[in-house]
Design a protein around this ligand. Structure first.
Ligand code: HEC
Ligand code: HEC
Ligand code: HEC
Ligand code: HEC
Length: 115
């Protein structure tokens, strides 16, 4: 492969990886969208985890979140039989996502293209 082409291929694969959000943490994805540490943390330097109410001041309630993920398969993760959970049951600030549902189910969630 010519050098220029190879470079483009490598660049493209990097882009695809970051679009899939492979290993980026919430803090990183938020920073990329202009939300600094102080967007989530009230105190500087941060000394406490972030409360769900803080997330919802920007993202709205579960009804609004469920609307955003309404086409999610096999089920809408923001509308479930556990009720209004803390965001941190799944979204962590500085570590990869975890999924509280996995304690009992084996969902492989996919997001709609509309994202
Ligand atoms: C999207 C919201 C968000 C942003 C932006 C964010 N954090 Fe956090 N941070 C969290 C959450 C949630 C926790 C709780 C632990 C976890 O989930 O990883 C946390 C925990 C922490 C803690 C540990 C607090 C404790 O409990 O002792 C520190 C330190 C911290 N963040 C620093 C930062 C710094 C520095 C930045 C900016 C580079 C930042 N955070 C940006 C959400 C955020
Ligand atoms: C200061 C406003 C603000 C706060 C506080 C905030 N976010 Fe966000 N968040 C945004 C913006 C802006 C985006 C990018 C646009 C969008 O997707 O809504 C975003 C995107 C996201 C995304 C999708 C993007 C991604 O892949 O990471 C998730 C998930 C998310 N936020 C969760 C959280 C959680 C959980 C908290 C609390 C720990 C939180 N946010 C706190 C503003 C905020
Ligand atoms: C039971 C697990 C779970 C809980 C609890 C949860 N989420 Fe999510 N959320 C997900 C999953 C899974 C996705 C889709 C994959 C992804 O974007 O990480 C998602 C996606 C999102 C998105 C992006 C939606 C889009 O349009 O792409 C936002 C914003 C978000 N969550 C915010 C929140 C906030 C704020 C809370 C707390 C009020 C919360 N979530 C609670 C699992 C959860
Ligand atoms: C403590 C265990 C437990 C947890 C955690 C849990 N569930 Fe369930 N869930 C059950 C049980 C038990 C049933 C009913 C039996 C069945 O149909 O499998 C059920 C049924 C369901 C169903 C309907 C049946 C199916 O499998 O399609 C959906 C959808 C569902 N859960 C989604 C979720 C989601 C989303 C989460 C995470 C937010 C979650 N559950 C977390 C135990 C749990």
């Amino acid at each position: 492969m010519p050098k220029a082409l190879l470079f483009t291929a490598v660049l493209l694969s990097t882009l695809v990886m970051s679009a899939a959000g492979s290993a980026a943490t919430l803090a990183e994805t938020h920073a990329a969208r202009g939300v600094a540490c102080s967007g989530c943390h009230e105190e500087n330097p941060p000394a406490r985890p972030v409360e769900t109410a803080r997330c919802q001041s920007c993202h709205g309630d579960y009804q609004k979140l469920a609307e955003r993920t309404r086409n999610m398969q096999p089920t809408n993760v923001h509308a479930n039989h556990l009720g209004d959970l803390d965001c941190s049951e799944c979204h962590q600030g500085h570590q990869p996502e975890k999924l509280v549902c996995s304690e009992c189910h084996q969902f492989k969630f996919t997001m709609p293209k509309s994202r």
